[in-house]
Design a protein around this ligand. Structure first.
Ligand code: MN
Length: 195
């Protein structure tokens, strides 16, 4: 069964259509007014072996906040929907990714219990025109809507672009692992019998 989902979200602030194939080939088709997020979504798809389509418009004349946040909401929603009943998935994922001098670790549990822990310092408040505090906003809305437990630890790093890029690559790899179907796992990987 195809593990795909799509969503359309239209508000006075943003208009987003987003589609995800968990079992993809790392291909992305991205139209967003936030170039740094486009860059992050592109490498997220690539390193997670997901296929991702995003067509986003938003009130970036205000700032990138609403658009970044709402892409996070939509990505979380389609991830949850595409996973369906979660039968046979590994559920947990852990990935370390270095990017030059920066080292990020992301650990996920597709637990149906939303939580974000983030241990990361961004030396710069901006990367290009992008406010780095929006990384937290994106990750929290993603975790909330996907109903996953998401832990992000940046062990060290100096360059903020490198740090954020390492986070998104580690997120992709951790989610790739957690969503992988393991033929040894029968049913839902929880002693509760459901996730
Ligand atoms: Mn880069």
């Amino acid at each position: 069964m195809a593990r795909t989902a799509s969503v359309e979200r239209n508000t006075n602030e943003t208009q987003i259509s987003l589609a995800l194939d968990i079992d993809g080939e790392g291909q992305s088709k991205l139209e967003t007014p936030v170039p740094f997020m486009t860059h992050m979504l592109d490498l997220f798809a690539k390193h997670g072996q997901f296929n991702l389509t995003v067509d986003a418009k938003g009130d970036t004349e205000v700032d990138d906040h609403h658009t970044t946040e709402d892409i996070g909401i939509c990505l979380g929603q389609v991830l949850k929907e595409a996973l369906g009943d979660k039968k046979g998935i590994k559920r947990y994922g852990n990935a370390f990714v270095p990017m030059d001098e920066a080292l990020a670790q992301v650990v996920v549990d597709l637990s149906n219990r939303p939580h974000l822990e983030i241990r990361a310092d961004f030396p710069s408040q901006k990367v290009g025109t992008f406010d780095t505090e929006l990384v937290h906003e994106f990750l929290w809305k993603l975790a909330l809507e996907a109903r996953m437990n998401l832990h992000v630890i940046v062990h060290y790093g100096q360059n903020t672009h490198h740090i954020i890029e390492a986070i998104f690559k580690a997120l992709a790899r951790a989610l790739d692992e957690a969503t992988t179907i393991d033929p040894r796992i029968k049913g839902v990987p929880s002693t509760k019998g459901m996730l």
